[in-house]
Ligand binder design. Structure first.
Ligand code: PXL
Length: 283
């Protein structure tokens, strides 16, 4: 059984982080080994959320994993609650990263032009250092702007966003995927660049006028699973976009609270279904 070390928080309500990462990767046939960064009553977009920081316990868990001699086929990090946690995760990458596995960093710091509550400029710097050590990073457009030191509220063109992918790859990661990229002909766009072969890809999907938290976690989890499965970068993006699109449509028809996230439970089976078609384009 191939194993993924999943370094994310556990949010009790609102589908995000580990409550998304575990079902997606389990459904794709991988063993998920969580290294929880924090326990929250609900994800941080719900007003009044409570949070228990697990920084000390992370170091304890890592020390125990070392004594067990564990190895991982992929290491995948997301929401981190402090700068100190970023240092710990950097150490984890050094200790557990090797020639045979790969590192995915989802640099969770913000969305829609702003940082999430509790995120700081210092934490953005810490995230930059983690991205430099990753093989694949999956920022949304806001996170890409923060990582590059640009103004996340400024209008960005599709061409600029494609350039950002290339610039971010020069910071270290071989593959950069930017989600929520500027729309093209009214369609949502996901962009990706592979520094090794120099190619840049785009996958577009129907725009649905709603935003569900946690879709970035679902997206990066599918990408991690597809990479473990040896799929190409554009095929992995096609699969992740397809899964999110099915989840959004399965949810949008109901009149629920968007903060609760997408009804992934209705669509997990699509993860193992054949892709109906390829949509990726070389740009
Ligand atoms: O989906 C990213 C995420 C992860 N973890 C926590 C969050 C969020 C986004 O809001 O609040 C705690």
């Amino acid at each position: 059984m191939r194993k993924v070390a999943a370094i994310h928080d556990l949010s009790g309500y609102g589908r995000a982080s580990l409550t998304v990462v575990i079902p997606v990767l389990s459904h794709m046939g991988y063993q998920v080994c969580p290294l929880p960064t924090a326990v929250l009553s609900a994800h941080s977009e719900y007003a009044g959320f409570r949070s228990l920081d697990l920084t000390g316990f992370m170091s304890e868990s890592i020390a125990h994993w070392k004594t067990l001699g564990l190895t991982f086929d992929a290491i995948y990090s997301g929401y981190l609650a402090s700068e100190r946690q970023m240092e710990i995760v950097e150490g984890f990458f050094r200790e557990f990263g090797n020639e045979r596995n790969f590192i995915v960093v989802d640099p969770v710091v913000g969305d829609r032009g702003t940082l999430y509550p509790g995120m700081t400029a210092e934490m953005v710097k810490g995230m930059r250092r983690l991205c430099a050590r990753a093989g694949v990073i999956t920022p949304n457009l806001t996170e890409a702007a923060f990582l590059l030191g640009r103004d996340p509220r400024e209008e960005t063109t599709p061409e600029e966003a494609a350039r950002w992918c290339r610039e971010l790859s020069e910071m270290g990661p071989e593959r950069v995927i930017i989600t929520s990229a500027p729309r093209v002909n009214g369609r949502n766009a996901t962009l990706a660049h592979d520094r090794k072969d120099g190619r840049t890809w785009r996958v577009t999907s129907e725009h649905v006028p709603v935003a569900y938290p946690g879709t970035g976690d679902a997206f990066a989890s599918v990408i991690t699973g597809c990479m473990l499965n040896g799929e190409s970068l554009p095929e992995a993006i096609d699969r992740a976009v397809y899964f999110i699109q099915m989840g959004i449509k399965a949810t949008f028809g109901h009149a629920g609270n968007p903060l609760d996230g997408m009804d992934q439970e209705r669509v997990l089976h699509y993860l193992n279904a054949p892709l109906p078609c390829y949509n990726y384009e070389l740009i």
